[in-house]
Design a protein around this ligand. Structure first.
Ligand SMILES: *[C@@H]1O[C@H](CO)[C@@H](O)[C@H](O)[C@H]1NC(C)=O
Ligand SMILES: *[C@@H]1O[C@H](CO)[C@@H](O)[C@H](O)[C@H]1NC(C)=O
Ligand SMILES: *[C@@H]1O[C@H](CO)[C@@H](O)[C@H](O)[C@H]1NC(C)=O
Ligand SMILES: *[C@@H]1O[C@H](CO)[C@@H](O)[C@H](O)[C@H]1NC(C)=O
Ligand SMILES: *[C@@H]1O[C@H](CO)[C@@H](O)[C@H](O)[C@H]1NC(C)=O
Length: 421
């Protein structure tokens, strides 16, 4: 079998690990980029229509009328096993998946987690068609802004789209000195970008790879430092949730360098303040540029197996099936944060600025089976004591690719294409 080698540059990112229920954010020191070698079988058939029948409407999807989904609640539904339509791409066929999300490459051998379709109660989603989506996004720049879960989603979107773009007509690029990563599809003049800003405003976690912090320090005054890098976007996709997990944080009123004037506030108060700052920025910004804006709601972490009937310190490790209980809710999800976000978006709407909530919280609750757990690249060498307790270092926060973030993107795309129609 002929094999083709591709050299890819991928970033090093935060790793969230859990030791005896204390979450430690590790530093990932080292070079900005690491090099991974991917082996891609060249004679593998391109991802695309398999020709098999799908239970969903409109197999071909070109010319699909997104307006027909108006009024359907896309976020209320259930997971249905569908190994004909999913996965949308194969792990080894997407050269952009970094070690954190390459579960198969890192030893996962069960793949049912890739084969679930989100079925809204009130309607059918169109079958994903990369060429059709690229055509509809022609000339647009999309920027995902947020944390590592948003980066997870960005890479999923890149993988979903990239397979139909020939080599030489696409490029992955990191901008110098800013936390901006760009995937460009030249033929369509489409740009799918990611900007690292886990707390939206300036913070001590702003370096995309060196951000060892157990304490959170944010500068409430300065969102422009980041926001100036978003201003060419046609479509902005925000998230910000995970980094608000500490009970308190320090809010500065000067600069990060001069840290004399500050308040200590609870995470909930801090989140509200930052969303207010962000709302003000967006309101001003939208006066001179029409941008479609979306906010991805918080995603579940599956660190407490007791939530679904396991014993002791069991977590997402070894889970191979979703939870099938309606309205399941894992105890780590902070619904108060969700309420704060919702009321910020309501206030924005009252000012005439519409930011659509992409409400993926409930659908992620069920998917205890879809995290990398121990099947991922870890950037610090694991010690013998850690290795002897795999539950302790299992990643139950991020998501394997292909996997659940592909569904978030299908839902996001429906929302976008309903508006662009
Ligand atoms: C998000 O979706 C869930 C599940 O359908 C629903 O219970 C919840 O009310 C929704 N939240 C918002 C703000 O729409
Ligand atoms: C798909 O799943 C069904 C069971 O739901 C199984 O019988 C079938 O072999 C699977 N097909 C593939 C291609 O994995
Ligand atoms: C490509 O898209 C950008 C917006 O992202 C636009 O400013 C530019 O004019 C487009 N170029 C062409 C050749 O269409
Ligand atoms: C990027 O940062 C380095 C130091 O970190 C600096 O020497 C260089 O001038 C910066 N380049 C730009 C384009 O700002
Ligand atoms: C989890 O799976 C590993 C193999 O991947 C196995 O060694 C271990 O015993 C399993 N743990 C539990 C609690 O089933």
């Amino acid at each position: 079998m002929e094999k083709k080698k591709k050299l890819m540059v991928v970033g090093i990112w935060d790793v969230k690990l859990m030791f005896e229920s204390v979450i430690i954010i590790f530093v990932i020191m080292g070079s900005l980029a690491t090099t991974a070698v991917y082996y891609v079988t060249s004679d593998r058939e391109q991802q695309g229509d398999t020709g098999s029948s799908s239970r969903r409407n409109n197999d071909d999807n070109v010319g699909f009328d997104y307006g027909s989904l108006d009024g359907c609640d896309l976020f209320s539904g259930k997971w249905v096993h569908d190994n004909e339509s999913y996965p949308l791409y194969k792990e080894h066929e997407c050269p952009y998946i970094p070690g954190e999300f390459s579960c198969g490459q890192y030893g996962r051998t069960d793949f049912k987690y890739q084969q679930w379709r989100w079925q809204p109660h009130g309607c059918n989603l169109p079958r994903f068609n990369a060429k059709d989506v690229l055509e509809r996004l022609r000339g647009k720049r999309v920027i995902f802004v947020g944390d590592s879960v948003n980066r997870n989603q960005w890479l999923s979107m890149v993988c979903m789209l990239q397979s139909v773009i020939p080599l030489g007509l696409k490029k992955m690029h990191k901008a110098a000195n800013v936390s901006l990563f760009t995937f460009k599809a030249f033929e369509y003049n489409v740009s799918i970008d990611f900007y690292w800003a886990p707390l939206l405003v300036e913070s001590n976690a702003d370096h995309p790879s060196k951000h060892k912090r157990n304490d959170r320090v944010i500068n409430i005054q300065t969102i422009e430092k980041h926001a100036k890098n978003w201003i060419n976007a046609d479509i902005l996709v925000f998230n910000s949730y995970l980094w608000w997990g500490t009970p308190t944080l320090k809010i500065l009123y000067g600069s990060i360098a001069d840290s004399k004037r500050y308040n200590i506030v609870s995470n909930h108060v801090g989140y509200k303040m930052v969303l207010e700052k962000w709302s003000n920025w967006l309101t001003t910004y939208r006066k001179h540029k029409r941008t479609l804006s979306y906010f991805m709601s918080m995603t579940a972490t599956h660190r407490r197996g007791v939530d679904w009937g396991m014993q002791g310190n069991e977590n997402c490790l070894n889970e191979t099936e979703p939870v099938m209980k309606d309205d399941f809710w894992e105890s780590g999800s902070d619904s108060k944060m969700m309420k704060i976000l919702e009321s910020s978006l309501d206030e924005l709407k009252a000012r005439g600025v519409n930011v659509q909530l992409v409400n993926i919280t409930q659908l992620t609750q069920y998917r205890k089976d879809a995290h990398p757990s121990i099947h991922r690249l870890f950037y610090s060498r694991l010690k013998a004591k850690q290795l002897s307790n795999p539950n302790g270092y299992a990643d139950c926060t991020h998501w394997c690719l292909p996997g659940v973030p592909d569904t978030w993107n299908e839902l996001l795309l429906v929302s976008i294409l309903q508006t662009l129609k």
